[in-house]
Design a protein around this ligand. Structure first.
Ligand code: ZN
Length: 370
């Protein structure tokens, strides 16, 4: 708060720059609205947000169809365009006066319970020059008032704490005649807040900045939502891990890293950072040998749920090669484990050292540098 000075903040909108005169006293009262002082109120705000979202995910469209809808650059939806959208995975929702999300005459940001968090952002064709880039990201202008600007930063802060898993909805609407009362349809998709860090280092510089949002698939949204609810459960013996995003999951799956240069990069990084084998059957009767004392060919990727077991039960076939099912181990320990699951001791050790997924979550940039 102390970074924010009294003064004129210019909201960067490509079509029409707006100036908001910000006073410290306004920031103070905005903060009182946005951030509950009691931690249990904050927790219930967050759970309410994700609970409200969860109810809408089933009505969401695919990112691809949302992108096509965005690109139509038309206020009206023709039957041919509608057909194309549906083929790409769109769900067209007729306007509904009983929900605020699916009403067309509402303002840009739809706020959640207690007006603290942004539940949805609306994009209406013709109002903005907004670009949706190749990877499905777009900027959403901050509202032109102090509390709206601060709310954007607050949601970014939470997104940072949730390691990017802070989800909201993006909604568009089109005119399309159904009957006299119903003449608009909606298309919605989950988005997550991305590219946060520059907006949180000095609010005096960034208060007026837009939100950067990324279209995501329903599945990714559901696993992020699910993760938040597991965080709210009582402590267990095991740590809780943020879901690994889809792109990284594919990029570091077993087939992409086993005997590839990408895999060797991971091994070299583990050597340089002093990582050890989690097993106790290393060569020369050693425990937890340091990877730097091994040749690359003596280091391998182990599976927690074994490949053979996964072949026995086909439901595992999609997840057995997930980076979180993989860990780095010496060849000796891996072959002594054979097709068995790691026992409690080894599992605890793997959790301590980290799965490949954990390493990617925390050190992806460093690993790629090597
Ligand atoms: Zn070993």
């Amino acid at each position: 708060m102390n970074e924010i000075q009294d003064g004129a903040y210019k909201i960067s909108s490509p079509s029409d720059a707006k100036v908001v005169n910000v006073k410290k006293s306004q920031i103070k009262s905005a903060l009182n609205i946005l951030c509950p002082r009691k931690i249990d109120l904050l927790e219930s705000d967050i759970l309410n947000h994700f609970n409200a979202l969860r109810n809408y995910i089933q009505f969401c469209s695919s990112p691809q169809s949302f992108r096509t809808a965005w690109g139509l650059r038309s206020e009206t939806l023709s039957p041919y365009d509608a057909d194309r959208l549906i083929k790409e995975g769109a769900q067209l929702i007729p306007q509904n006066r009983e929900t605020r999300i699916f009403q067309y005459n509402q303002q840009g940001n739809e706020l959640g319970i207690n007006k603290r968090l942004i539940l949805a952002v609306r994009h209406s064709e013709g109002n903005y020059d907004d670009e949706l880039n190749d990877v499905g990201q777009f900027q959403y202008q901050s509202p032109n008032n102090t509390s709206g600007m601060l709310r954007c930063r607050w949601c970014q802060y939470l997104a940072d704490q949730f390691k990017g898993g802070f989800i909201l909805l993006a909604v568009m609407w089109f005119k399309t005649p159904i009957n006299e009362k119903v003449n608009h349809v909606f298309i919605a998709t989950p988005v997550k807040i991305v590219n946060i860090i520059n907006d949180l280092t000095d609010l005096g510089d960034s208060l007026q900045n837009p939100l950067n949002l990324q279209l995501i698939a329903r599945q990714e949204a559901l696993s992020s939502i699910n993760h938040v609810f597991t965080l709210a459960e009582p402590e267990s013996d095991y740590q809780k891990h943020f879901p690994l995003e889809d792109g990284l999951t594919r990029e570091y799956s077993f087939d992409k890293i086993n005997t590839t240069s990408k895999g060797r990069t991971i091994k070299r990084w583990a050597q340089k950072t002093g990582k050890r084998c989690p097993g106790i059957h290393c060569k020369n009767n050693q425990n937890h040998v340091e990877f730097k004392d091994l040749r690359l060919s003596e280091i391998t990727f182990g599976h927690i749920i074994s490949q053979k077991w996964a072949n026995t039960y086909p439901f595992l076939s999609e997840t057995v090669n997930h980076p979180d099912n993989l860990y780095l181990t010496c060849r000796n320990c891996n072959s002594s484990l054979s097709d068995l699951f790691p026992g409690k001791k080894l599992r605890d050790q793997i959790e301590l050292t980290g799965t490949i997924g954990d390493w990617i979550r925390n050190y992806e940039v460093e690993i790629k540098k090597k």
